[in-house]
Design a protein around this ligand. Structure first.
Ligand code: ATR
Length: 279
């Protein structure tokens, strides 16, 4: 029988680690599937996805800048995807409909809590950024019952708007970076795209509480500027998003195949292949 086809769509996509991760998962679980990476611009998203499924494709991951478009494309959505208004996983259902889910938030929470032993209950949590990456993680973070959750963004209105959207679950506050002065947080998550251009949001001093943790949703072969900032602030852990990447992939794999792959060995392997990494 020919292998079931899956792919990740995005722009840029050349350096994506997803094909490798899913190939390892498939070998590990004995699943017969192929997984490729396709460069797709937002204006070609609709056609590319329609063609992929028309030609027998079984599922897609969608990454930057396509997650909101994937949300709009999905004919059914899981509650967490519905809430986040961003979708990173599309699945062809038996009846031909397309299910949209968002596994980013659960991937982050699994990496923080299970892989790194960082409990979120009663913690003061700060999210930097109010774009698509932030949308995907707010709901699953709130489920962990932090003491408080603040979204800070360069464009203040976007932070206020995002905070407002999630008020139905738990209190979320929005603000600009300058308003963070004098506050302290136990966990600071960087969900801005600043790392991609080697930049750092302007953060006031003494923002990280003693024994605080920093986590950049972005990752790279070298520590990101935010990971380096966390180290400078004496974070007990200053992590990047490689573990989240593997965990969100595992969750997508489970949605598609009904089998849960083992992630630890894959994270260890990808970590061993880079230098000067934050662990
Ligand atoms: P993504 O889907 O990756 O979240 P996005 O929706 O374009 O991408 O959002 C990017 C986020 O990074 C936004 O919160 C953006 O701030 P603005 O809303 O003010 O544009 C933030 N961002 C990007 N570059 C930044 C920088 N150099 N400093 C601070 N914030 C930055």
């Amino acid at each position: 029988m020919s292998a079931d086809r899956y792919a990740v769509l995005g722009h840029p996509i050349k350096h994506s680690k997803s094909p490798r991760i899913h190939q390892i998962f498939a070998e590990q679980t004995g699943q017969n599937l192929s997984y490729s990476a396709q460069e797709v611009l937002p204006e070609h998203f609709q056609d590319a996805v329609t063609e992929f499924f028309a030609q027998g494709g079984k599922g897609l991951n969608c990454t930057v800048p396509l997650k909101e478009l994937a949300w709009a494309f999905a004919s059914q959505k899981t509650p967490r995807a519905q809430l986040s208004k961003a979708v990173n996983t599309l699945k062809l259902e038996q009846d031909g409909s397309i299910l949209g889910d968002n596994t980013d938030g659960i991937g982050l929470v699994t990496d923080l809590t299970l892989n790194h032993g960082i409990a979120l209950a009663d913690k003061r949590v700060l999210i930097l950024g109010a774009g698509g990456a932030s949308r995907g993680i707010i709901g699953p973070l709130l489920e962990q019952k932090p003491q408080s959750l603040i979204v800070a963004n360069r464009t203040i209105d976007k932070a206020l708007g995002l905070a407002e959207e999630f008020q139905t679950i738990a209190p979320v506050a929005g603000c600009g970076f300058a308003e963070l002065a004098g506050q302290q947080f136990d966990l600071i998550l960087n969900a801005t795209s600043a790392s991609l251009s080697s930049e750092l949001p302007p953060l006031p001093p003494a923002l990280l509480a003693e024994n605080g943790v920093c986590y950049d949703l972005a990752y790279g072969n070298e520590p990101t500027p935010f990971v380096r900032w966390g180290r400078d602030q004496h974070a007990i852990k200053s992590l990047d998003g490689l573990g989240m990447l593997v965990e969100q992939a595992a969750e997508a794999f489970f949605i598609w195949r009904g089998v849960r792959p083992e992630t630890q060995a894959v994270i260890a392997l990808l970590n061993s292949e880079r230098t000067g990494t934050p662990r």
